[in-house]
Write a protein that binds this ligand. Structure first.
Ligand code: CMP
Length: 140
């Protein structure tokens, strides 16, 4: 499965703004298959663990607070070259720089509140999928 899966997170801003449906529609229309999905809230402790790569960044504390500020939707997606294709679909992490038609251009409001997460490489995709989902929650 490595190379074919990626983890998506519909972030608290997008959930609050009512964008779960439109974002899922966009993802499915782009040819991704949903292999696992759940709506949940994460603690600051769990968010810190998930984003440990960013712990030295100035935005870390704010990112952790934001990601644990409300419900999120976690999704394992499958497609050929899933990581790259999904990152193209969501666009630049800064919505101002994101291309027209990308999910972040359509639904994000700032660099932090950027609506959606996509894994940045295959190794992280595997780690991130395992971080949030157990075997019995994933369906291929
Ligand atoms: N310079 C920044 N300022 C604030 N937040 C940032 C900055 N860079 C990255 N982020 C956030 O950190 C997140 C890391 O995961 P994502 O790539 O999903 O989305 C990123 C942004 O939401």
């Amino acid at each position: 499965m490595i190379g074919k899966i990626t983890l998506a997170i519909i972030k608290p801003d997008a959930v609050k703004n009512g964008y779960i449906g439109p974002i899922l529609f966009h993802i499915i229309n782009a040819g991704f298959f949903i292999r696992a999905i759940k709506m949940t809230e994460i603690s600051q402790k769990l968010a810190k663990k998930f984003y440990y790569e960013h712990k030295k960044n100035l935005f870390f504390e704010s990112l952790v607070k934001f990601m644990s500020s409300g419900p999120i939707v976690l999704i394992i997606l499958e497609k050929e070259n899933a990581v790259k294709n999904f990152r193209n679909l969501i666009g630049n992490k800064n919505p101002i720089k994101a291309k027209v038609g990308t999910i972040r251009k359509l639904y994000a409001s700032s660099l932090e509140k950027n609506a959606i997460h996509g894994s940045d490489n295959d190794k992280n995709a595997f780690r991130e999928c395992r971080f949030y989902f157990s075997d019995i929650e994933i369906f291929f």
